[in-house]
Design a protein around this ligand. Structure first.
Ligand SMILES: Cc1ncc(COP(=O)(O)O)c(C=O)c1O
Length: 276
């Protein structure tokens, strides 16, 4: 597998960054994950805009032009063995003596790589997955896709520890998102997702699914979702670039709706498959 690192394309095993990289020392960086189908990035424009938003949010200028990024992406995608890929882009503030303040004249570290993207296991789609709920104890800049993911990792692991696939988060009694996914619900036939603000990442898959819903005549609402509404939803679906749409059929051990993947989400999943 080839990666791009600071101007060079080289095998992953040969890619090195100094230990004083602020990405390593502080998690001082941002990233993007872009799904690629048939060697074409899906919704590149939106991922690009979100990368710029994340960079702005951590006060880091993009070290490369959009054209330069697109050339890197094109080459990685073309040279990857598989046509369906998960493309990973990361920018850290760069290498400097350890100090909290932003160093002057520092050169950011740029990494890009692509790995094969496999669809989620068939059993997950047929039977649905289990999720647990936890308090969302992350910071209040969850709209930024930063590499500092320890809070998300701790939450995801709590789900894995009990055999669940995702940890669904509640802040002040309101649904935010999953540890590494967004959450959409079907409530009285309407597709509902929480407001896209600083409490959650504005997921690109979520955006695409909401747009598909509108096109298919499903009413959509972006609004606050209470814990009671989450627990009483007819359907719960997780969305993310790498797992697409996953039905949650057990939440904290309790069946969701009928306990089977629901019809509204299934229609949208079919539409998403067609889109990709
Ligand atoms: C915290 C979090 N929320 C939401 C998402 C879904 O975003 P996207 O659909 O753009 O992959 C992710 C993606 O991994 C995530 O890490």
């Amino acid at each position: 597998m080839k990666v791009y690192l600071n101007g060079e394309f080289l095998p992953l095993e040969e890619a090195r960054v100094p230990v004083m990289d602020r990405g390593f020392v502080f998690g001082d960086g941002v990233y993007e994950v872009v799904p690629v189908y048939h060697r074409r990035p899906l919704a590149w424009e939106r991922h690009w805009a979100r990368l710029e938003h994340s960079l702005q949010g951590i006060r880091l200028a993009n070290p490369l032009s959009r054209e330069a990024w697109e050339q890197i992406v094109e080459r990685l995608v073309a040279e990857s063995e598989q046509a369906d890929q998960s493309l990973y882009l990361q920018i850290t503030r760069g290498v400097a003596p350890r100090d909290h303040g932003f160093p002057a004249n520092i050169v950011p570290t740029v990494l890009a790589m692509s790995k094969p993207l496999a669809p989620p296991p068939q059993a997950w789609l047929q039977d649905g997955v289990q999720a647990v709920t936890r308090q969302d104890d992350r910071w209040l800049h969850c709209d930024l896709k930063t590499t500092a993911l320890l809070a998300n990792l701790l939450l995801r692991q709590q789900a894995l520890d009990v055999g669940a696939v995702e940890c669904i988060l509640l802040r002040d009694g309101r649904l935010t998102e999953g540890a590494a996914s967004n959450v959409v619900l079907v409530i009285d036939g309407t597709l509902v997702s929480p407001p896209r603000d600083h409490r959650m990442l504005a997921g690109i898959t979520l955006e695409l699914v909401m747009a598909l819903a509108q096109r298919h005549g499903v009413t959509v609402q972006e609004r606050e979702v209470t814990e009671a509404e989450l627990r009483g939803a007819q359907e719960i679906w997780l969305t993310s670039s790498t797992r697409e749409m996953l039905p949650v059929t057990r939440l904290d051990g309790v069946p969701v709706g009928t306990g089977k993947p629901g019809p509204v989400g299934q229609r949208l999943l079919a539409a998403y498959q067609a889109l990709k």
